[in-house]
Design a protein around this ligand. Sequence first.
Ligand code: MRU
Length: 370
Amino acid sequence: MLVNNVPYRTIFLKPSNAKAVHIIDQRALPFKFAIEELINVDDTAKAIREMHIRGAGAIGAAAGFGMYLAALEAPQNIGFGQFLRLAGKKLIATRPTAVNLSWAVERQLDAIAKGTNFDEKISIALETAQAIADEDVEQCRKIGEHGLKLIEEISKKKDGQPVNIMTHCNAGWLAFVDIGTATAPLYLARQKGIKAHVFVSETRPRNQGASLTAWELENEKVPYSLIVDNAAGHLLQRGMVDMIIVGCDRCSRNGDVANKIGTYLKAVAAKENNIPFYAAVPSSSIDFRISDGLKEIHIEQRDEDEVKSVTGKDEKGNMQKVILAPEKSRALNFGFDVTPARLITGLITEKGVCKADEENLMKLFPERKG
Ligand code: MRU
């Protein structure tokens, strides 16, 4: 996407230096647009764990590039494979919920193993990392096209009045390599002159809605209103929302969707008020090995400190962290929740929109049967 008229991806190589990977450091947004350089697998693992780069697609791509950096670092002969397997484990351990991480690492290990010598293995690792990133962009583009049709239908029913769409967290281009999933249909709608307005929930504790989705929509000139997380039920009950589109960190083959904590509550309130609830799900986020999201998806738990404090810019323009709770209070910080398939109107995948169940997912992805 364009930032100050310059096209950016969230993760990229500079033509002048193929031995370093560059990422947008999302911790600095919305106040500063900063690029960070990663030169080895430890840098990459730290950047994922501490959320310099975040969002399922983006961390999948980071794992792909992290494995490439690991291949560059690995001893050339004895120990190459062992170094790579350990690097893969390190990357997968950074964040457990989004399946894209392990998917990208496994893809790299399989691909690199096919190289017959060190140089060939390095070029395969680079090609695979680029392919993972390019496919992510392509999947997002297609999700945008399928999601756009849903917005168009509602727009027609409303005689061109703005379609009010609620989203949660950030499933925009910052959460992927480019374009994004939940926001992709909005960007296309804007290009086609279809009026839409977005309710962006702030997404405590890390506020990805307030700091990232709001920044993206502002940049793309899509009208939006920021809301506190607790306002969602009220807006849905009052008929102020036409549809919800959220992202996905891991979807099981029966259509359960793990996404940022708070997604489930929005889905429950949407069902109660007959508002369509869609999850935008690229196939890289579908875990075809599991068939019960509630039982089988590992939910990341993060530091209590994220709940007990908030970080932002003070009136003088300096970044400040402020404490919200008594010093000794304990906090629980689950990063994600699972929305059961029965609450989901449809999954927007790169192959089309389907009902959230195994039968319909398998119709779109017959190669994953069995
Ligand atoms: O913890 P994050 O910021 O990496 O979580 C990302 C999300 O859960 C978002 O909701 C997003 O929708 C998933 S789509 C990449």
